[in-house]
Design a protein around this ligand. Structure first.
Ligand SMILES: C[S@@+](CC[C@H](N)C(=O)[O-])C[C@H]1O[C@@H](n2cnc3c(N)ncnc32)[C@H](O)[C@@H]1O
Length: 484
């Protein structure tokens, strides 16, 4: 796609005058050829780094023992459980502090005004503006940190258009296109806003900012920032503040982490705000791994630029649609299903499930820990039920749970599960390629973006196949119980 193609050009083209990028054989992936030693910088700035830690290339994560490109934090000696690994004083955390100072003059005000134009869901771009400002400033305090950041990111906004299409999954395509469009519009807005700015109030030292450099900053933040607890609002809601945590963000991800971030004032040193602690015994040469969150591959790819094989939190999204469900039910051998024309009592339950009415949420998911989203399962059970009385004997939470075995009877359960299996077949048929074709493609010599989009769609299809296998097993068990 054109938009993505534009972003995929040189991501740093306009911010390089003051700190020119030099292609390096030593460390080609960082902003500068030989960045300062990050560990030494943190220690010099009164932070703590365990003596048995080092930064190395290809430190694996993901829990499967695999390794990947990029840098990671590794133990150079055995480290006992409970040890402090890294502790950062407040002044090392890079955050957007002045978001509300949108009146008046000055660099901070200009930045705050720009940040106000960024929608909440793209919070990474707000902190990205601050990062871009610090990157452009020749005397930035954070330069030892920023110079250690990757020069490019493998997130899909930088994929060539063909590889965005190769994702083959509409919800993610939609998100990628939305981000590309936002960046192109924001480029115009930033250029216009800074056109007549006084040189001393220009947040980027007078340099042009384009969609590519904005995309670099947004990706640096989305793939590295942590959302720490902020203040609690009067209504009790907890706020979260995104921050970049130098050195801590060298830890790669695993769902089985051996370290965790603790956010509390250190009693011995009140200046320390964030500490990483060993959650397990860490053996020599083991990578130090944090859990970035129980996220689907959509988030991992969109924000971090990688895909986790057999991710237990991956799922696929479908739209709840009566006609689609009728088609699925008929394909499953159910005579005259009435998903398109539910009875009034069934409609009432659909409204309670937010699958009908003004406040309806029609996105439903398959896969992940729930396997079949509770709202979809309950709707199927209810719409395939013979009579209202049987349904009214059950509460909604029982109807939503796959663990509650056949709450409306075996025949109802079998038809409901078979309908989901047929839905899976329909979902699978929407992918233009088969897993075997994808796997053959992966064996060839392909671009890393093609590899990532192919891995992504293989995982989506695997989610569907796993759901089908699980539900088929459940149907068999139900039928065997019935014949006994
Ligand atoms: C917080 S940074 C970690 C440090 C990073 N590896 C580096 O070289 O600077 C997050 C990035 O590391 C990589 N990464 C982290 N965990 C990973 C994993 N389990 N599999 C693949 N890549 C991972 C991804 O590129 C991700 O965007």
């Amino acid at each position: 796609m054109l938009m993505a193609a534009r972003l995929s050009s040189n991501t740093t083209s306009s911010l390089t005058h003051s700190r020119p990028l030099i292609t390096s054989s030593y460390n080609p992936s960082r902003l500068v050829q030989t960045p300062p030693d990050l560990i030494q910088w943190v220690r010099k700035e009164r932070g703590f780094v365990h003596k048995g830690l080092k930064i190395t290339e290809g430190a694996g994560g993901g829990g499967g023992g695999e390794s990947f490109g990029g840098l990671g934090l590794v133990a150079s000696e055995d480290i006992p459980k409970g040890s402090d690994l890294i502790a950062l004083p407040t002044h090392l955390l890079l955050q957007f502090q002045s978001f509300d100072s949108g009146n008046g003059d000055g660099v901070e005000t200009v930045l705050a005004k720009l940040a106000h134009r960024v929608p909440e869901e793209l919070w990474a771009m707000r902190l990205g503006l601050k990062l871009l400002r610090e990157r452009a400033a020749v005397d930035s305090f954070w330069w030892p940190y920023i110079s250690n950041l990757p020069e490019t990111y493998s997130v899909p906004i930088f994929f060539p258009g063909e590889d965005i299409k190769n994702l083959q999954y509409a919800p993610l395509l939609h998100q990628v296109n939305k981000r590309c469009r936002f960046l192109l519009d924001f480029e115009k807005a930033v250029t216009h806003a800074l056109e007549n700015e006084n040189p001393e109030d220009h947040p980027f030292g007078g340099q042009d900012v384009n969609a590519a450099s904005l995309g670099w900053a947004m990706s640096a933040v989305s793939s590295r920032a942590f959302r720490l607890h902020g203040e609690r609002l009067p209504d009790g809601t907890q706020t979260y503040v995104p921050m970049m945590l130098p050195l801590i963000d060298m830890c790669n991800h695993s769902f089985h982490p051996n370290a965790q971030i603790v956010q509390e004032q250190n009693k011995r040193n009140p200046d320390i705000l964030v500490t990483v602690i060993a959650e397990t015994h860490i053996k020599q040469n083991d990578p130090v791994l944090l859990n970035y969150g129980c996220l689907s591959n959509d988030f991992f790819l969109l924000d971090y630029g990688f895909v986790i094989p057999s991710n237990p939190y991956d799922s696929i999204e479908l739209r709840y649609d009566g006609a689609l469900l009728d088609a699925a039910s008929m394909a499953a051998g159910i005579q005259s299903p009435n998903f398109s024309s539910p009875a009034p009592w069934q409609q009432e339950i659909l409204t309670q499930l937010s699958l009908q009415g003004e406040a309806s949420l029609l996105k439903v998911s398959l896969g992940g820990p729930e396997m079949v989203e509770g709202r979809l399962l309950a709707a199927l059970r209810v719409l395939l039920a013979e009579d209202m009385e049987t349904v009214q004997k059950q509460d909604l939470s029982t109807l939503k749970s796959l663990a509650s075995e056949a709450p409306l009877g075996v025949a109802n359960e079998v038809t409901a599960l078979r309908t989901v299996i047929a839905l899976c077949v329909i979902a699978l048929s929407r992918f233009p390629t088969k897993i075997m074709e994808d796997e053959t493609l992966l064996k060839g010599d392909i671009f890393s973006s093609t590899e990532l989009s192919t891995q992504f769609r293989i995982q989506k299809k695997s989610v569907i196949i796993d759901v089908m296998k699980d539900l088929t097993r459940r149907v068999r068990t139900l039928l065997s119980k019935e014949t006994i």
